[in-house]
Design a protein around this ligand. Structure first.
Ligand code: SAM
Length: 224
């Protein structure tokens, strides 16, 4: 049984990924790209410099698998989940085309109860679509899936973006675009979501190349 929010996400992304047919954009900053998000590439380099060497990665909202591919290429054991079945289908094809192996399955992050927590959790574009009433649940789930002292990669729309899509919805920094919620996060909100339980090691803005959208990228670590 999906929540109202999950149903909205499901319908939007199912249509979106169905329409892709593997025809990815060449824009490396876009999630329909065949190229990993640049912040994820930085994060993998950063992880390799850490004393504590992680092995397992959970990619929440794996999409077409563009980031899971580079983690698998870097030697990690990767699991990806997504609510959209067609994203999982594309992610599986993408693994085969790139000669890598990872597990990708249809599963909402909000009801995911893995047997074991992961050394690394990657959220490249899921949290910024969650509604505010899901944030607490998101924190609980992140705590559940991230191992003690595990690492977290987070990419969200930033309130520093000069462009917040066409239509604004309700409170500041929320937009409803193509029947799809987007939130542009302030630094304070991110601190509130992660601050207590995670140490933020790196935080920077990354402008999307062909638009006025700016992302916030975070490399964090669970405190215990
Ligand atoms: C903006 S896309 C990002 C895809 C991928 N992470 C990337 O960077 O290319 C967000 C993805 O999250 C998935 N998603 C949205 N809500 C989800 C949920 N509750 N659980 C799992 N996946 C979800 C969508 O289906 C979509 O594939």
């Amino acid at each position: 049984m999906r929540t109202q929010y999950e149903q909205l996400e499901y319908e939007y992304y199912e249509t979106f990924w169905q329409s892709r047919n593997n025809g990815f954009s060449s824009n490396e900053n876009h999630y329909s790209s065949a190229i990993a998000f640049p912040g994820v590439v930085d994060f993998i380099a950063w992880l390799s410099d850490q004393d504590r060497k992680p092995r397992t990665v959970l990619d929440i909202g794996i999409g077409n698998g563009r980031n899971a591919v580079v983690f698998a290429q870097a030697g990690y054991t990767v699991t990806g989940i997504d609510i959209a079945p067609s994203a999982i289908e594309i992610a599986q094809k993408n693994a085969a085309e790139n000669n890598v192996t990872y597990t990708a399955r249809v599963q909402s992050f909000f009801s995911y109860t893995p047997k074991q927590a992961f050394d690394v959790v990657v959220d490249c574009g899921l949290l910024h679509h969650a509604r505010k009433q899901e944030w607490r649940h998101y924190q609980e789930q992140l705590d559940r899936v991230c191992a003690p002292c595990g690492y977290v990669f987070l990419k969200v729309f930033s309130s520093a973006s000069p462009y917040l899509f066409e239509r604004t919805y309700g409170a500041r920094n929320w937009t409803l675009y193509e029947q799809h919620y987007n939130h542009f996060f302030t630094d304070n909100e991110l601190e509130l979501i992660l601050g207590d339980r995670y140490t933020i090691h790196e935080q920077y803005y990354l402008p999307k190349s062909d638009s006025g959208i700016v992302y916030t990228v975070i490399f964090a670590q669970k405190k215990s």
